[in-house]
Design a protein around this ligand. Structure first.
Ligand code: A3P
Length: 316
């Protein structure tokens, strides 16, 4: 890849009104016709809402907290990205999926209406993770600076405007979070919040575990309890969950080559510009928005989210 020098930022092409990277739009039929197995699980997010974190939690849950098992491959290999078509020779998400047996943990950033209907027909489990708009925007801005396949972010001020107008890859954040919210009960979607995961990761890991109908063995529990308690300085009653919490802490995931996206070569992800595991905090938007920008954003937010009460936190 380094030698080919063929990396270019993909322009966006609308698919049913949603701007997607042309590599996705040009292959849309193959994405749309993907049919999952009923045992497959979908993790859906607007970009930068905590996808990788959730993928790691789910993979660990499915492997009973076995850290080594979850180091078998980097995140996008263990948990393919349904609609992505990266520059060759990186395989597409569909290529990875073709060579895997269910149950597969599938990642998508597609808004609800663009999720292939097979997921609903087959009643697949779906976890949706959302993040407050301002932090999500900040994270996306830094990501677009370093991901050489995404459109140029341009200056910060203009980026805010693009976000508000739904002009970034995968479209409007507002429509995205509202779309899944409206369908969550009918489709049995587990709707999570990044801020809740930060506040009490254990509670959210347990929530995911219950949703997946999993229970973790006592043997794993006793194996790990000491380590967890040392690390987190907690008294825990369900140690395997704590192990997962530890393994999926920001610090550990940042250091773990299987989760920190060091697998994507520098011409595509230039982590010297901004690391994939950047800050992992709630409220970093305060370091980016001026008071005027924040006010303007809030006013528009009220309009765009009118009549919907999704309990986002730490936005004001
Ligand atoms: P920041 O840019 O705010 O640091 P995604 O996986 O959807 O692309 O989201 C990436 C964002 O989630 C980044 O946010 C990243 O640092 C954060 N993140 C990834 N793993 C995390 C973890 N274990 N704990 C907290 N935040 C995490």
């Amino acid at each position: 890849l380094r030698a080919s020098g063929s990396i270019s930022r993909f322009p966006l092409i609308p698919v049913r009104g949603v701007p997607l990277m042309c590599s996705i739009a040009n292959n849309w039929d193959s994405v749309w016709s993907f049919c999952p197995d009923p045992a497959d699980l979908l993790i859906a997010t607007y970009p930068k809402a905590g996808t990788t974190w959730t993928q790691e939690i789910v993979d660990l849950l499915l492997h009973n907290g076995d850290a080594e098992a979850c180091k078998r491959a980097p995140t996008p290999v263990r948990s393919p990205f349904l609609e992505i078509f990266s520059p060759p020779p990186i395989p597409s998400g569909l290529d990875y999926l073709k060579n895997m047996d269910p149950p597969r943990i599938i990642k998508t950033h597609l808004p609800f209406q663009l999720v292939p209907t097979g997921f609903w027909e087959n009643k697949c489990k779906v976890i949706y993770v959302s993040r407050n708009a301002k932090d999500n925007l900040v994270s996306y801005f830094h990501f677009d600076c370093m991901n050489m396949t995404q459109p140029e972010p341009g200056p910060w001020e203009g980026y805010i405007s693009k976000f508000m107008h739904g002009e970034l890859s995968w479209g409007s954040w507002y429509d995205h979070v509202k779309g899944y919210w409206a369908e969550r009960e009918k489709r049995n979607i587990l709707y999570l919040f990044y801020e809740d995961m930060k506040e009490n990761p254990r509670r959210e890991v347990e929530r995911i575990m219950r949703y997946l109908d999993l229970s973790v063995s006592d043997e794993v529990i006793s194996r790990i309890v000491e380590r967890i308690m040392r690390y987190l300085d907690l008294s825990v009653s369900d140690e395997v969950i704590s192990r997962i919490v530890e393994l999926t802490s920001f610090k550990n995931m940042k250091e773990n080559p299987m989760t920190n996206y060091s697998c994507v070569p520098p011409p595509v992800f230039d982590q010297s510009i901004s690391p994939f595991m950047r800050k992992g905090e709630v409220g970093d938007w305060r370091n980016h928005f001026t008071p005027e920008q924040s006010k303007m954003f809030d006013e528009d937010y009220e309009k765009q989210m009118k009549g919907v009460n999704i309990p986002f936190r730490d936005l004001i």
